[in-house]
Design a protein around this ligand. Sequence first.
Ligand code: MLT
Length: 198
Amino acid sequence: MIHIFKQKNDQGKTLLLLHGTGGDERDLFPLADLIDPAANILSVRGQVIENGSNRFFRRLAEGVFDMEDLGFRTKRLKEFVDWAADHYHFNRNQVIAIGYSNGANIAGSILCHYPDALSEAILFHPMVPIRKDMPDLSNVRVLIVAGRNDPICPPQQAQELYEILSSADADVSIHWQPGGHRITMEEVIEAKAWYEKK
Ligand code: MLT
């Protein structure tokens, strides 16, 4: 997988950065620097190309996911993180996903399938990736950041994802803001405060 790894510490945290549709592995560096400049960064480029735009999995239409491809790509991404932890010698137990939109959706899918893969996740503008029996997520902390007027990732889906993760016993918080699909500085400040609050 095309990716960038930035080593900042030996045994601390690693941020797994997952961009939105049309982005690439460099997009979320400024966000990572604001949230935790001391954390390692593993930033991955989505392997699916849709009309020239990078994505992490295929979709059949706007908001309609190709579930078989989502399952396949979720497994590959999880296995890639396993490989990267070994290869770059970072702590596999302290991987925090930071995903935006399509990247948040594959991070959510990792949570639904692999309860030990992520210690925390910050999901900016996510949807419900899959509706299935959930594993026990009592060791996972999640922040959902959602827009009340988001036309791409509708508020009902963010709320439903919150309920799904809560029912799986994740320590989940949701932050609402009035705007749309873009990440705002207010959201980043909120995410940083959540990240630092332990
Ligand atoms: C998705 O396809 O993952 C969502 O619709 C968000 C996006 O447009 O990337």
